[in-house]
Design a protein around this ligand. Structure first.
Ligand SMILES: Cc1cc2nc3c(=O)[nH]c(=O)nc-3n(C[C@H](O)[C@H](O)[C@H](O)COP(=O)(O)O)c2cc1C
Length: 146
């Protein structure tokens, strides 16, 4: 790729596969290559914000997990009438707290409770264990009665 870059500076080139941290990506950017990110962004979505912030003139803030949960729950609620199960949305949220306190409890909560066939977007998050409640948006923090 690097040789091709030198031989064909006119071509847009994007390297793909195996890049998992900012330092690795910067090395490729320095060579004039774009970098496609797959698994690293999926397992730790905050990585996308890190990359964005590393671009010149970027002032994009890393969205707080509570904001992401809020948006995803709204999305799940909008999809529910179409028969989309909560699990289809939350199964892509396992990496949300990657590297943060409570990451394991969060994954367990999503696997154990949010994946139940009858799990309802709003109510389900009220059953979140207290160890991770701090990451939830205010309106979902209230405990489920009983
Ligand atoms: C969750 C996820 C979704 C992906 N979606 C696409 C896609 O829509 N189109 C595509 O060409 N590749 C897709 N890929 C493949 C990646 O672009 C990439 O080729 C592959 O994951 C290898 O790079 P990685 O080491 O960064 O994961 C996806 C990968 C992942 C993990």
């Amino acid at each position: 790729m690097h040789r091709l870059r030198r031989e064909r500076p006119d071509l847009p080139l994007v390297i793909n596969g195996g890049f998992a941290d900012l330092a690795q990506v910067r090395l490729q950017w320095a060579e004039g290559l774009g970098v496609m990110i797959g698994r690293a962004a999926y397992h730790r979505p905050a990585f996308i914000a890190e990359l964005e912030r590393a671009l010149p003139d970027s002032d994009w803030p890393t969205p707080e997990p509570a904001r992401v949960v809020e948006t995803m729950v709204s999305y799940a609620r909008a999809q529910a009438p179409r028969g989309v199960r909560l699990h289809s949305v939350t199964r892509h949220m396992h990496g949300l707290l990657a590297g943060r306190e409570g990451a394991r409890s969060w994954r367990r909560f999503l696997s154990d409770i949010a994946s139940r066939p009858d799990a309802a977007p709003k109510l389900c998050f009220r059953r979140c264990p207290s160890s991770i409640r701090a990451w939830l948006p205010k309106r979902l923090k209230r405990r489920k009665p009983g």
